[in-house]
Design a protein around this ligand. Structure first.
Ligand code: NAP
Ligand code: GDD
Length: 343
């Protein structure tokens, strides 16, 4: 089996690549050229699998439609996972046009190529719980209404809808995975869970004093990313292309995540956490809780890690990372303060 992954260098791309290689797939990934190397999440896989051509990376960009179409034609994969996105909700307010271009053009470019392909190539679209908008406290499933609150959310609704339209109009095998938040040690450092776990590690090592966050009352249904990429693959093996929600069914506030993370190292979160308006968004998704009963019943999918388990995995990883930072600091190789601008 051959798979093409857009977004292979991201959190989910890295876990999905590992999963597919373990299943003996030949994996192709789309790599954006950047001025610094952006493959850190998959470097081990590159070392292990590129020599035998089991893992092949191709320079491209979702905005370069002709390059995407050429890649699909030359690779002729069995499955395409469209994971690439400008995936930071807050940044989508600052870069709305770029976020929308990537979020919409990529999906339709791939779907157009599949419409014209002789082979029935399966397509996975990375849909998001952000599409629901989080305005009520109901548990959300595949039939719940979308009411996006950000340019990012709106672009995901387009990609979701166009996947359904190509499925119904041209018999394309297009799957939408509506995934609620999923986290891990590979999570980008500007998403709130990783920002917290990284800060706890660094505070424990004595190289950070405070952690500044935005809205502590926002509530999310947080799961473990490895479980969610397993769910993506299961969706693609189902006999019919459909839409599926993946979620834990438990929602916790940002405050509860911080309390759990600091408790793990026997620290009182209130001694370290500050809040600042600079981390607030022009519009907020207040509450997300998912109902994944369809996936649990029909795909036999279920999350293997609960909220406490997730916090523990992330905090313990970042404690070790902070120890490495401390060693570099002692050699004057890195600067003692670390705070990412604004997001
Ligand atoms: P991520 O870590 O931010 O990774 C995003 C990936 O997209 C990176 O590989 C990035 O490449 C790539 N990318 C961005 N713009 C691109 C462009 N113009 N052309 C080609 N590649 C581009 O995201 P993630 O957490 O793995 O999420 C994977 C997908 O699932 C995303 O579409 C996200 O919106 C969606 N999703 C995520 C969650 C979640 O909780 N994680 C929940 C629901 C849906 P670089 O490495 O070069 O930046
Ligand atoms: N990033 C961030 N930084 N968020 C903060 C902070 C902070 O300092 N303080 C509070 N928050 C709040 C945000 O306002 C939001 O309500 C919540 O924490 C989660 O923010 P993020 O971790 O940035 O994730 P997200 O829920 O906005 O988006 C993620 O999940 C979506 C699925 O629902 C991303 O992975 C999206 O790509 C994904 O689609």
């Amino acid at each position: 089996m051959k798979a093409l992954i857009t977004g292979i260098t991201g959190q989910d791309g890295a876990y999905l690549t590992q999963l597919l290689l373990d299943k003996d797939y030949e994996v192709h990934g789309l790599l954006r050229r950047s001025s610094s190397i952006n493959t850190s999440r998959i470097d081990d896989l590159i070392s292990e699998y590129t020599a035998e051509n089991r893992l092949q990376l191709h320079y491209s960009d979702l905005l370069d439609s002709s390059s995407i179409t050429n890649l699909i034609n030359s690779i002729n994969p069995d499955e395409i996972y469209n994971l690439a996105a400008q995936s930071h909700v807050s940044v989508s307010f600052e870069n709305p046009i770029y976020t929308t271009q990537v979020g919409t053009l990529g999906s339709i470019t791939i779907l157009e190529a599949l419409k014209h392909s002789d082979k029935k190539i399966k397509f996975y679209q990375a849909s998001s719980s952000e599409m629901f908008g989080g305005g009520s406290k109901e548990s959300l499933n595949e039939s719940s209404a979308f009411n996006p609150k950000s340019p990012y959310g709106a672009s995901k609704v387009f990609a979701h809808d166009i996947t359904k339209i190509y499925r119904d109009s041209y018999d394309v095998f297009g799957v939408n995975g509506i995934l609620f938040n999923h986290e891990s040690p590979l999570r980008g450092e500007t998403f709130v869970t990783r920002k917290i776990s990284k800060a706890v590690g660094r505070i424990t090592a004595g190289i950070q004093e405070k952690l500044t966050l935005g809205n502590l009352d926002a509530s999310r249904d947080w799961g473990y990313a490895k479980d969610y990429v397993q769910g993506m693959w299961l969706m693609m093996q189902h006999e019919n292309p459909e839409d599926w929600v993946l979620a834990t069914g438990v929602t916790k506030t940002v405050r509860e995540f911080a309390i759990e993370a600091f408790n793990h190292v026997n620290l009182n979160w209130e001694d370290f956490v500050l809040t600042s308006e600079k981390y607030l968004r022009p519009n907020e998704v207040h509450y997300l809780l998912g109902d994944s009963s369809k996936a649990r019943k029909e795909l036999k999918w279920k999350p293997s890690v609960d909220f406490s388990g997730l916090v523990k995995i992330m905090v313990e990883y970042d404690i070790n990372e902070a120890k490495k930072d401390l060693a570099l600091l002692k050699d004057n190789l890195i600067s003692p303060t670390w705070e990412y601008p604004k997001i």
